[in-house]
Structure formats: structure tokens, C-alpha cells
Design a protein around this ligand. Structure first.
Ligand code: ATP
Length: 363
């Protein structure tokens, strides 16, 4: 039995859920003034291990709320506490009531690990989970939503990892939940599958579903989340819209210069000196050695040509250049204290260049 079934079962074990109280919290639509999720001073320990250390969190109706943080930060524990699959201290409210009193019909949960109850096909599995609720959507359109219509009759255990994950997402949305918890929904899913899950999340959010998303894929969270909370050592250390967090904590745009290894001190100094030529010291871009070469900070796109001139003047022959804007990944790396790691692949807001087009061509 997985946590979805466990959540329903735990509600049943505790007696009939307090539907009156849940209903009085009102439907989860954009006009609902009450937060969907509130956590104040949430604590949870496993023996000596403090998994949650005073979490403060608030999720508004219709939001896609992203929860990020390093391995072991407490994300899954928080999801479990909010879905009533584990007990935690503090004040937790979902639709205005303690998690175990929420009408299970209103909640969808894709747990991090999923253990189907027995040998079933994808369609049988979604039927099974649909049967746990008073009202469920038809299975076929749910499987279509997650791109599994063509493999509906395949045994779950014979599906690829990505197909299995998409089937799991189907079990989490079969009851058309008002609040959907997705704990790392795209882990192991190929790029096309990820896109289909992203579109599905966008569509669900557009229809008013509140989505609580945990992920290690920063691009995914940056794209999907209205607001993001960064959890570190069991506490929220930053929360805000991705743009706000990037502006506050992401740092500056930079130019990654690929060499045949880390730049030595002399090369860093030479480039720094060439860049500083004529500029006030505080205005000169910062240069630092990286495992791949060196990084010049604070370079705007129109300044890439100047940076290339400085590299030439310093006698630094580079293999390629990659300019990038700060992203949520930079926020994550800075706030978690993990080592700065320049992104090498081109993505949104970034571009790669080679030496034959030092000004970046027609970007
Ligand atoms: N059932 C458990 N028994 C003992 N310790 C646990 C249990 N569940 C979680 N922990 C511990 O609590 C801490 C938080 O774990 P949790 O799984 O919530 O982190 P996470 O942020 O979801 O990590 P990941 O990104 O790796 O999934 C970790 O130190 C973990 O080892």
C-alpha cells in the first residue's frame, strides 16, 4: 500500500472524516481568501535526527508552491506531515483543519516512492485508486492526461521508470483533488515525459488546483512555481516568487570561460587587470578560477565583446564561452552553501559561444 492509500486508510481508521469542517473551509478556488496550507512551528524528529525544525509555511489557493532543498532537508517529511501520513508537532492546517481531518477526496498525493498493491495493469491501477474515493474521474481521460493512453493495458511492472511515474501521477489526480502534493513527480522521466507532466501541472493549476511540488529540478520549479520555499536543515530559509528570489539571492550574470582546466592565479590576475583597464576598481567585473576554466562576473550581454578583448589582452586562449543569467539554481546553490557550479549547458536566459563568434553572433 502506498501513501495515497495510507492517507485514505488513516482517515478511515480515525473514523469518518469531518466533512462538515472540511467543507466549511470552502472550495479551493482563486477567490477563497483562506490559505490552503498553513504550517507554524512544525517540528518532527526521528530519534536523534531533527527532520523538521520549526517550519513556517503558507500556501494560497490556486498556487503552484515549490518546495526545494538538499537531500535530507525535510521535504518529504513535510509532505508526509501535511498529508497526515506522519505526525508532527506544531500547528498544521490544510483547508483549515488538521491534516488527518481533511476530506481525502480533496487531496491528491504522489509520494516519492510508490509501491503498487499487486500485479496490475496501468488501467487497473488507476481504477483501483479511483475506487478508494467517493467520486473519481473516468480512468481513460486520466491516463490520457499523463500520456499513458497507449500503454494503458501494460503491466505496471513492465513499464519503463518514466511510464511508471506517469501512471503514479494518474493515481494522484484520479479523484480530481483540490490540493495536489507532488513529491518529485518527474524523477526518472525523459524530457518529453517531463514536458507532458509540466503541461499537466500548468493545466491543473489553471483550473484552480493548488499544487504543492517538491523537486530537485530547479528549471522545473522555476518554470512552474508561483512561489518557492527553500528548506535547509528542516527550516524554511527563503520564500518568494522565483523572480524575487533570483533578484535577491541569485547573484549577477556571468561569463563562463572554458579552458583546458582551472585557470591559474596568474591568468586570473591578468584577465582581471585587462578588464579593470580604465574602470574604477569597484566597477570592474570579478574574475575567479573554476574547475572548467574561469568565470567573469557581472558581464552584461553587450559587454561580452569587451570580455573577449580582455581575454585576448591577457593571452588567455579559451575553448568556448557560455553566458548565463542567474537562475533559481544559483539561489539554491548560494543559500544551501553548496559550491558554485557554473552551468555549462545553454538554457533559458543563457547562451553558448565559440571563439569564431566572440560577440555571440546573432543571439
Ligand atoms: N522514517 C524515517 N526514519 C528515520 N529517519 C528519517 C525517516 N524519514 C526521514 N528521516 C530523516 O529525516 C531527514 C529528512 O528526510 P526527508 O526524507 O524528509 O528529506 P528530503 O528533503 O525529502 O530528502 P530527499 O531530497 O533526499 O528526498 C533525513 O535526515 C532522513 O534521514
Amino acid at each position: 500500500m502506498n501513501e495515497t492509500a495510507a492517507a485514505s486508510a488513516s482517515a478511515a481508521e480515525d473514523g469518518e472524516p469531518d466533512r462538515g469542517a472540511a467543507d466549511s473551509a470552502g472550495p479551493a478556488d482563486a477567490t477563497d481568501p483562506d490559505p490552503v496550507v498553513v504550517g507554524e512551528g512544525v517540528r518532527k524528529s526521528y530519534g536523534e535526527v531533527v527532520a523538521l525544525d520549526g517550519v513556517e509555511i503558507r500556501v494560497e489557493p490556486g498556487e503552484v508552491f515549490g518546495l526545494i532543498g538538499p537531500n535530507g532537508a525535510g521535504k518529504t517529511t513535510l509532505v508526509r506531515a501535511l498529508t497526515g501520513t506522519t505526525e508532527a508537532e506544531g500547528d498544521l492546517r490544510v483547508f483549515g483543519v488538521p491534516p488527518r481531518e481533511v476530506d481525502p477526496q480533496r487531496i491528491g498525493l504522489l509520494p516519492q516512492s510508490f509501491d503498487p498493491p499487486e500485479r496490475l495493469t496501468a488501467v487497473e491501477l488507476v481504477d483501483y485508486y479511483g475506487g478508494l474515493y467517493d467520486a473519481a474521474r473516468d480512468t481513460d481521460p486520466v491516463l490520457r492526461d499523463v500520456g499513458m493512453a497507449d500503454d494503458a493495458d501494460a503491466w505496471y511492472e513492465t513499464l519503463s521508470g518514466g511510464q511508471q511515474r506517469r501512471t503514479c501521477v494518474a493515481t494522484a489526480i484520479v479523484n480530481d483533488p483540490d490540493l495536489l502534493f507532488l513529491d518529485e513527480p518527474t524523477t526518472g522521466i525523459d524530457p518529453a515525459g517531463r514536458r507532458s507532466i509540466h503541461r499537466l501541472i500548468e493545466r491543473l493549476a489553471g483550473d484552480g488546483t493548488t499544487v504543492f511540488l517538491t523537486s530537485h529540478a530547479m528549471d522545473e520549479v522555476e518554470r512552474l512555481a508561483d512561489r518557492v520555499a527553500l528548506l535547509r536543515d528542516g527550516a524554511v530559509v527563503a520564500v518568494g516568487a522565483p523572480d524575487e528570489l533570483i533578484a535577491e539571492h541569485g547573484g549577477e550574470p556571468s561569463l563562463a570561460v572554458a579552458l583546458d582546466g582551472p585557470a591559474d592565479e596568474a591568468a586570473v590576475e591578468a584577465v582581471q587587470e585587462a578588464l579593470s583597464d580604465g574602470a574604477a576598481e569597484e566597477d570592474a567585473p570579478g574574475v575567479e578560477s573554476t574547475p572548467e576554466g574561469l568565470r567573469i562576473g557581472g558581464v552584461r550581454p553587450e559587454e561580452i565583446g569587451d570580455a573577449v578583448d580582455a581575454l585576448d589582452a591577457a593571452g588567455v586562449a579559451f575553448e568556448s564561452l557560455a553566458w548565463s543569467e542567474p537562475s533559481l539554481e544559483d539561489v539554491y546553490l548560494r543559500l544551501t552553501g553548496e559550491e558554485y557550479s557554473p552551468r555549462s549547458e545553454a538554457g533559458s536566459g543563457s547562451g553558448t559561444f565559440d571563439e569564431t563568434a566572440p560577440d555571440g553572433g546573432d543571439r
